[in-house]
Design a protein around this ligand. Structure first.
Ligand SMILES: [Zn+2]
Length: 253
């Protein structure tokens, strides 16, 4: 998701496998496995059908020709937990037809350089999400209750993920292969997700800083609302796309 103007809301859902009670900190438990949920306003299958049939916003002329690259093809040190291809996401149902993470080529190559810098510090990158077809952004918007719309990207004009220029990710420990605990879980709709949230453990905050610093050094921009989300600096040069994972690279466009 892309958060906008976040408000501290815990009534929106629950953490599975975690503990959420009001705004009390989550004890010392790792945030890695937590999954935040909202109740879709209508059945997701119904909304998916509508989203697939909908027309994405018209793009302006002169944008770059998309060149989406599968991150898995670039380095064995990328790991993947594409939760939108599973039930472990905020809608509780798969919204991607397969587990893939594509980025526009310059962003993907920058991410490989981030990986190189982190390797020296003992970390790899675990990718949660990258390019997202526009219909999924529309589905997220339509499924999310109106009072929570500030947590999801508006399909008009579309999101950075739709442009193949945003990535959701975290660190994993190269020795153990385990994700590193951060001050919040992924896709958590609370203030703990803010990139400068002062809570969590010192180790969690330090890990968040390591990620931030490595990403920003290679042209990725952080957003205040989500520590795991980064926009690539050249996002405005790329169009919103609606191509499905399975169709990427099959046509000339
Ligand atoms: Zn994101």
């Amino acid at each position: 998701m892309t958060l906008r103007f976040p408000v501290f809301v815990l009534t929106a859902g629950l953490f599975l496998g975690g503990v959420v009670q009001g705004n009390v900190a989550l004890a010392q438990e790792s945030n890695v496995a937590k999954v935040f949920r909202v109740t879709p306003v209508r059945p997701v299958a119904e909304l998916m059908k509508e989203a697939l049939a909908a027309e994405p916003p018209v793009q302006k002329e002169g944008l770059r020709v998309p060149d989406l690259v599968d991150l898995a093809s670039l380095s064995p040190d990328f790991r993947f937990d594409v939760r939108y291809a599973t039930t472990r996401n905020f809608l509780g149902t798969p919204v991607y037809s397969s587990s893939h993470a594509f980025l526009e080529r310059p962003a993907a190559e920058a991410l490989v350089r981030v990986l190189g810098a982190l390797r020296a510090q003992g970390y790899g990158l675990l990718i949660y999400d990258a390019y997202r077809p526009w219909y999924v952004t529309k589905l997220f918007w339509d499924a999310t209750p109106a009072d929570k719309h500030h947590y999801v990207a508006n399909p008009q004009p579309g999101s950075m993920h739709n442009r193949g220029c945003a990535v959701d990710l975290t660190l994993y420990d190269l020795r153990t292969g385990e994700p590193v605990s951060m001050p919040s879980g992924y896709d958590e709709m609370t203030e703990r997700a803010w990139s400068d949230y002062p809570g969590g453990t010192p180790a969690e905050r330090a890990a968040r800083e390591v990620l931030k610093k490595a990403m920003m050094a290679e042209g990725f921009l952080l957003i205040p609302e989500e520590w795991w989300h980064f926009d690539y600096k050249d996002w405005a040069l790329y169009p919103v796309q609606n191509v499905r994972f399975e169709e990427i690279g099959k046509s000339s466009g």
